[in-house]
Design a protein around this ligand. Structure first.
Ligand SMILES: Nc1nc2c(ncn2[C@@H]2O[C@H](COP(=O)(O)OP(=O)(O)O)[C@@H](O)[C@H]2O)c(=O)[nH]1
Ligand SMILES: [Mg+2]
Length: 697
């Protein structure tokens, strides 16, 4: 592959709702540009981008993939991202290193749920954007309506660059309003494109769209606006410069008509990409932080500068090892370079440098600032790490991954697999930080966290495929708490054993009373006259504390209780620490049972965002989960509900919400406090625990 300078690189991320045709569109760009010699398709599972076995099986993208094509002497790096909300983390990674987000919409459905959700990320990250309206070959394709909806729901700056002349089953021609010509595409695979005059019946639309474009560009500056008002037009040069400026500001969003199955429109899109979409040089410098000083510095896209690269994705592939995908932000990177991982202080050697087309790697010698590529077998570098020369130890801003919205316990099918499972989960997290796991010592369960059920199911599948371990998903145990509502003024317990030799003797009186929520455990010793000698008091406390950790009613921790040791007796020979510890445990258990014991459950504060029309259903569902609505507010097209819901009622909530809202709802949650469990629920939990104990578990 030839070398490209920073100015001739374009980094685009294809984003949008699942099934809009991102992967298919990438496929025809690669074919059109001569990167591939045949057009793969989703049904046959032979696209360049969806190459993993899971993607081929499911027929949709799961991980982002990196592709590139050369067009008009520019190198277009294409990041194809998944559209399902389970894999939103991948979209964040892709957007982070792209200079233009290309939102793919369907020519019939237009703006869908994920389009809106992803658009919010594009706005947050202030990324320039383009729109591709794909599937204009559909019989109900309505290109102009989709443009209208995209203006209303996404960005009012959407302007048409190409539009179809004969949309529907027979579509083969688009009008390009920059060239003011029409382009007739030959059958898919022929790569034949003929430039023709704009057909008479498309002329009026072409003029209208061109005026819209010129006006949009003129709005960008007072100078251009004055010129336009005076002369009624802009020069080609003014238009060219103005388009780039407006795209960079996010005021202009160029839109293109595409049919990926019929191979219509890709040439015009790539022409525009090479001529008008921003190169890395046009993008404002990244604000980074000096590792030691903490001061802010600007990292400019300058191939002659110190090398700074950022890893936005790691892929662990069998037979290859770990592949790190990175973007060069400054300087250039050559094979053999030693570079500092500023995030963890370790030196890494860039051994094998390559560019990718899905799973195909092509080795190259050098990548310059602005370019994107991959390196294999870094020792200890991961997603979100910045690598830089020692003299410029900067850290670039990291990718913000979404918080997990779903969790599940995993139960190994075979004993002894724990280490393999932990290793596997760790690698999965490194590849995809929107997935995480932790061992919860209180619940004695490994819990995994992710973005949806498909996300968690896939982790289970990967564990099996790559690490040969089988696990099942189960509802995580709920960390209930036990406490008391009443008091026990005096509980006597005498532990006494005489079985030849030295006996055991420990005798105590305990008082037990409740404390305010959140106080924890207090132990007071008010023994006078040494009736229980001081050296045995800590043993009594230990005995009580052990029971508090283990629990009595449900096997969950006991909280917010004060225990007072106020009387007792001892035996000069038989008394020892063990005897008093046992007395402490047993005495506390009895006192606890007399002091109106009860169970508390964790309550979470849940925030649900959904379209207004789903409010009723969502609120009804929250009530049926013993939830309490705290309030609601509107947020653009959406409504937000805040509620308190017991954790025990939240398992698989994201799936329920998805079906209640047709995929348009989302929720976040955080722990709020502990509250009494309703009696009937408590009885059930206590019964289950009893049964478990009787069975000896
Ligand atoms: N009719 C038609 N179908 C398309 C077009 N582009 C993609 N598809 C089909 O739409 C489905 C989803 O495509 P895919 O590329 O996987 O979408 P992605 O999820 O956005 O990557 C597949 O069955 C494709 O064959 C198109 O332009 N026209
Ligand atoms: Mg895809």
């Amino acid at each position: 592959m030839k070398e490209f300078n920073s100015e001739s690189i374009r980094n685009i991320a294809l984003v949008g709702h699942g099934g809009s045709g991102k992967t298919s569109f990438a496929e025809i760009m690669l074919y059109t540009a001569g990167e591939t010699t045949r057009i793969g398709n989703i049904a046959e599972g032979n696209t360049v981008s969806d190459y993993s076995s899971n993607e081929i099986e499911k027929q949709y993208s799961i991980s982002l993939s990196l592709l590139h094509a050369e067009w008009n002497n520019t190198k277009i790096n294409i990041i194809d991202t998944p559209g399902y909300s389970d894999f939103i983390g991948e979209v964040q990674c892709g957007l982070r290193v792209a200079d233009t987000a290309v939102m793919v919409l369907k020519a019939v459905e237009g703006v869908e749920v994920s389009s809106e959700i992803i658009y919010r990320s594009i706005k947050e990250q202030k990324k320039p954007m383009a729109v591709v309206v794909n599937k204009i070959d559909h019989e109900r394709s309505d290109y102009q309506n989709v443009i209208k909806i995209a203006r209303e729901r996404l960005n009012p700056g959407v302007v048409v660059i190409t539009f179809p002349v004969n949309e529907g089953n027979n579509v083969d021609t688009v009008v390009d309003i920059l060239k003011m010509k029409a382009y007739q595409y030959g059958a898919a695979g022929t790569k034949k494109v003929t430039e023709i005059d704009i057909p008479a019946d498309a002329k009026a639309d072409a003029d209208k769209f061109r005026t819209e474009l010129i006006e949009k560009v003129a709005e960008g500056s007072e100078e251009l606006m004055n010129k336009y008002l005076e002369e009624g037009d802009l020069s080609e040069q003014e238009l060219t410069n103005g388009i780039l400026e407006s795209i960079l500001k996010g005021d202009l969003v160029p839109a293109f008509a595409i049919s990926s199955t019929k191979c219509v429109g890709a040439n015009n899109f790539m022409d525009f990409t090479s001529s008008f979409l921003p190169s890395p040089v046009n993008i404002p410098a990244s604000e980074a932080t000096m590792k030691d000083a903490g001061t802010k510095v600007e990292v400019k896209c300058n191939a002659a500068g110190e090398p700074v690269i950022f890893i936005f994705k790691t892929i662990s592939e069998q037979h290859v090892g770990e592949l790190s995908l990175f973007r060069v932000y400054s300087g250039s990177v050559q094979a053999g370079l030693d570079i500092l991982n500023v995030s963890n202080g370790k030196i890494e050697r860039i051994n094998q440098l390559s560019v990718l087309n899905g799973r195909n790697r092509k080795d190259i010698t050098k990548l310059v600032a602005g370019d994107i590529g991959s390196v294999v077998k870094l020792k200890d570098s991961h997603t979100n790490n910045t690598l830089a020369s020692k003299s410029l130890s900067v850290i670039l801003p990291t990718i913000k991954f979404p918080e997990s919205i779903i969790s599940s316990a995993i139960i190994p099918r075979a004993k002894g697999d724990e280490d393999k499972i932990a290793n596997g989960l760790h690698t999965i997290h490194e590849e995809d930080p929107s997935f995480s796991h932790k061992f919860d010592p209180e619940l004695a369960q490994t819990i995994i966290f992710g973005q949806g059920e498909i996300h968690l199911d896939l982790a289970v599948k990967r564990l099996k495929e790559r690490y040969g371990v089988e696990v099942d998903l189960a509802e995580p145990k709920i960390p209930y708490r036990e406490t008391i509502k009443g008091r026990c003024e005096s509980m006597e317990y005498k532990h006494k054993k005489q079985s030849g030799g030295r006996g055991q003797f420990g005798h105590i009186y305990l008082k037990v009373e409740p404390l305010p929520r959140g106080t924890g455990f207090q132990f007071e010793d008010i023994i006078v006259g040494g009736v229980v000698p001081g050296r045995f008091v800590p043993a009594v406390e230990k005995g009580v504390a052990e029971v508090m950790t283990r629990g009595i009613l449900s096997g969950c921790q006991v909280i917010d209780i004060k225990v007072t040791l106020f009387d007792g007796s001892y035996h000069p020979v038989d008394s020892d620490e063990m005897s008093f510890k046992i007395a402490g445990s047993m005495g506390f258990k009895k006192a606890f049972m007399e002091a109106k014991p009860c169970l508390l459950e964790p309550i979470y504060e849940v925030e649900v965002t959904m379209p207004e029309e789903c409010m009723g259903d969502v609120m009804g569902d929250i009530s049926s989960r013993r939830g309490k609505i705290l309030g609601m507010e509107s947020d653009g097209h959406f409504q937000k509900i805040k509620a308190l819901v017991p954790l025990a009622e939240l398992y698989k909530y994201s799936s329920t919400l998805r079906s209640l809202t047709g995929g348009r709802g989302a929720h976040t949650r955080k722990f709020s406090h502990y509250e009494d469990v309703p009696k009937e629920v408590e009885n059930k939990i206590v019964e289950e625990y009893k049964k478990l104990k009787e069975e000896g578990n």
